[in-house]
Ligand binder design. Sequence first.
Ligand code: FES
Length: 103
Amino acid sequence: MSEFIAVAKVADIPPDSRKRVEVNGKKISIFNIDDQYYAIFDTCPHKKTAPLIRGTLDGIGIKCPNHGYRFDLKTGGCNIDPNLKTQVFPVEVQGDDVCIQVG
Ligand code: FES
């Protein structure tokens, strides 16, 4: 099991905001919804071109800006195609750092 890596400050991602970070060459989007953090692989798995950071929030899900597929921020599951899934990463706050577990 890999360690949690600090990727942002808590102040950088206040409630109802989002931030894209890059860890080991992977673009990861972090969302803060009601003080709960979620981290997902940023590239939409549908056509592998759209950045999910630019999507529209729909509850605990993000709708891709290209074709509107919705990905659950907890599971990575897709509402349209059950075979599509985006990677999700555990998030932990350590002091004033937002940390994610990649790998
Ligand atoms: S590229 Fe995201 S739904 Fe098509």
